[in-house]
Write a new protein. Structure first.
Length: 250
């Protein structure tokens, strides 16, 4: 499964000198933990700035790279454009893209929808009209991370979670000057895993290495492999040292 938070790909304020306001797109590749259908693991990520059409090409290549993975792209805002390119131009299998089912009122059976004309029903919608708000998504993510049901390896994702704040009025957002793209993509994944547990993830044949997939102008096949066992042991040692030798979970 690959969840996606879709950015505009350019500075949302129009100020090209303020990098703190740049909008990002991020893809998170999630698989079931081997021999344990109740736990999940992040095995690869892509994070960067790309226009929706270019991001669609990257997501298409990434999905096919991971055994034609089930895609859950954000449908709000620029996500609709990404989904349009994904289905119409790249012809990614429509059955492998999350969509809101349309049900026949008489038979209660799902209605067949042609993806090229009904692409607006594909993807994950967030907001009051969708029945799933940001607060609900964050609660599901918090539960899965707290109970170690979703294993996250990327340090930058942990960094974003530490600066994701709940205001006195109940609103949730990143601290001023910080970003929450990784948080929202993970929240989409957590919400789908909790609300749609019957949708089985495609088995992914990946090794025991966490992968940071970079574009580098040559497509997402070019990437950097990081041995996450070494990374996690290093972080655990650093935390233990800061606590006077006490053990700590990652």
């Amino acid at each position: 499964m690959i969840s996606a938070d879709v950015g505009r790909g350019i500075n949302v304020s129009g100020d090209t000198t303020d990098s703190s306001k740049l909008d990002y797109t991020t893809f998170r590749v999630i698989r079931e933990w081997p021999d344990d259908g109740s736990r999940y693991e992040e095995v690869a990520v892509w994070h960067g700035r790309a226009s929706p059409d270019k991001a669609a090409a990257t997501l298409d290549a990434l999905g096919r790279r991971y055994n034609t993975a089930w895609l859950i792209p954000e449908a709000n805002h620029y996500g609709v454009i990404l989904i349009n390119f994904l289905l119409k131009l790249h012809k990614y299998p429509a059955g492998k893209v999350f969509k809101k089912e349309s049900v026949d009122r008489g038979t209660r059976n799902p209605v067949t929808q042609e993806p090229e004309t009904n692409f607006m029903r594909y993807g994950w919608w967030t907001g009051p009209g969708s029945g799933v708000t940001k607060a609900v998504m964050i609660e599901y993510l918090n539960e899965m991370v707290r109970d170690r049901l979703l294993i996250i390896h990327e340090p930058e994702a942990w960094g974003e979670m530490r600066t994701f704040m709940r205001a006195a009025d109940g609103s949730m957002d990143a601290e001023t000057g910080k970003h929450d793209d990784r948080v929202m993509a993970l929240a989409i994944a957590a919400c789908v895993l909790r609300l749609h547990p019957k949708r089985k993830l495609v088995e992914m044949k990946v090794d025991r290495a966490f992968e940071v997939v970079g574009d580098n102008g040559r497509g997402c096949a070019e990437g950097i492999r990081v041995n996450y066992t070494v990374l996690l042991n290093k972080r655990k040692s650093e935390r233990a040292a800061s606590r006077g030798g006490a053990e700590d979970f990652v």
